[in-house]
Design a protein around this ligand. Structure first.
Ligand code: HEM
Length: 383
């Protein structure tokens, strides 16, 4: 089977698979395209495990374990539950709300630096810089380290779904160890994670490093893609931009529709811990399940005319942030950043054009859908 790496549009293939083989076996890989079955897998962590470090060869797992414990993304309960409870506080909607003014200032400055009426790359100037600046500040990384931080983030994003990049993980773990601050009262995420305690349980150094690395892997490129994918989808849909400009209340619907229509994370994985069955297909212990969230988000049994971008649609229950116990911890932050990015952009830019991205401008990833480069020409309101 020709599995896409998202350097091509996957949506026609998804549609065909939903119609012909929504649960498709190929060797010990099970590819799942339908909303109902993906939801079933994500809700059943007892049978469908995320603990992929257990499946790495012993040597590789040992090397990773030396510096970091597995992050919550690749843990099952009960350890997942304990760790998620420990880090949860840093990500509640109320905590995230407190970053609002800072996110707005960063977004507004970046847009002010764009050149009026000229073709330029929106990704490097705007949607790439915003999330990495926000997460660096949250983690307490000084401006002077931002270069190396970006290099790490890019390397990790490329390795996602293709096996761990041990060298980068080691460098990052050492960096975060040096930031651990058990006795201080700093406000950065690392300082807070160093102090957090539930029932006498604190995070170990390896857990803090593992979590900080996860935030870079899970939070940067995804949010960049959300903003870029939104600007592209809006441009392709006449009327949407003018409606956003006259009614900022509409922007949250545009963000949700982008998450559904061009999901930044197109797929995730689980493996079976026991024999079972899905949609009449036998699943065997140790099979790997590829769950195409981007296909579930266009499933015609849930979304009417799912192949079109329509922020006015009533059904918004997309799975772009996953579902169940691993539901994206950073969803409130990602939504806030995208909302503010689009608010600030539409406030200052009266109209814009987009050059259709070339195949080589697309991200080379087995998991993510987005663009390394997207050339736009903004016409500012007053500049
Ligand atoms: C548009 C942006 C984002 C998208 C589309 C996205 C998507 C996802 C998805 C699909 C999962 C579940 C994966 C699975 O079940 O296998 C997930 C988990 C996670 N995300 Fe996000 N994410 C985004 C932004 C962020 C941000 C900004 C952060 C934090 C800074 C973040 C942190 C996490 C964490 C920590 C998990 C693991 C949660 C757990 O395992 O309990 N994400 N994300």
């Amino acid at each position: 089977m020709n599995v896409p790496d998202y350097t091509q549009e996957p949506f026609e293939w998804y549609k065909k698979m939903r119609q012909e083989s929504p649960v498709f076996r190929e060797g010990n890989a099970i590819h799942i395209f339908s909303y109902k079955e993906i939801s079933e897998v994500l809700s059943n962590y007892r049978i469908f495990s995320s603990q992929f470090r257990d499946r790495l060869g012993h040597e590789m797992a040992e090397m990773l374990n030396q510096k970091t414990t597995p992050s919550i993304l690749i843990l099952d309960p009960p350890v997942h539950t304990t760790l998620r409870n420990l880090v949860n506080d840093a990500f509640t909607p109320a905590t995230i709300e407190s970053y609002k003014d800072r996110v707005r200032k960063i977004a507004s400055d970046l847009i002010a630096n764009m050149r009026n009426g000229e073709w330029q790359d929106e990704v490097t100037q705007f949607s790439y810089i915003l999330p990495i600046t926000v997460i660096s500040e949250m983690l307490g990384v000084p401006q002077s380290d931002s270069g190396i931080f970006r290099t790490w983030s890019d390397k990790l994003a490329t390795s996602l779904g293709r096996g761990p990049d041990i060298e980068t993980q080691y460098e990052m773990a050492d960096y975060f160890y040096s930031k651990i601050d058990r006795n201080g009262n700093g406000n950065s995420l690392i300082s807070r994670l160093s102090r957090v305690e539930i029932d006498g349980r604190k995070l170990s150094d390896r857990e803090i490093a593992g979590f900080a690395i996860l935030l870079l892997v899970a939070g940067n490129e995804t949010t960049t893609n959300l903003i870029t994918n939104a600007l592209l989808s809006i441009y392709e849909s006449p009327g949407v931009y003018s409606e956003m400009r006259s009614n900022t209340g509409y922007i949250s619907s545009v963000v949700e529709e982008t998450l559904r229509y061009r999901s930044p994370v197109q797929s995730t994985r689980r493996f079976a811990k026991a024999d079972t069955e899905l949609h009449g297909t036998e699943i065997l212990k140790d099979d790997i399940l590829f769950l195409y969230l981007g296909s579930a988000n266009r499933d015609e049994t849930i979304f009417t005319e799912g192949e079109s971008f329509n922020p006015h649609r009533k059904t918004k229950r997309h799975m772009a942030f996953g579902q169940g116990i691993h539901f994206c911890l950073g969803a409130p932050l990602a939504r806030l950043e995208a909302q503010i990015a689009l608010e600030e952009f539409s406030k200052k830019v009266a109209s814009y054009e987009v050059k259709t991205p070339e195949p080589e401008d697309r991200l080379d990833s087995d998991i993510m859908y987005g663009f390394k480069k997207m050339i736009i020409k903004p016409e500012f309101q007053n500049k």
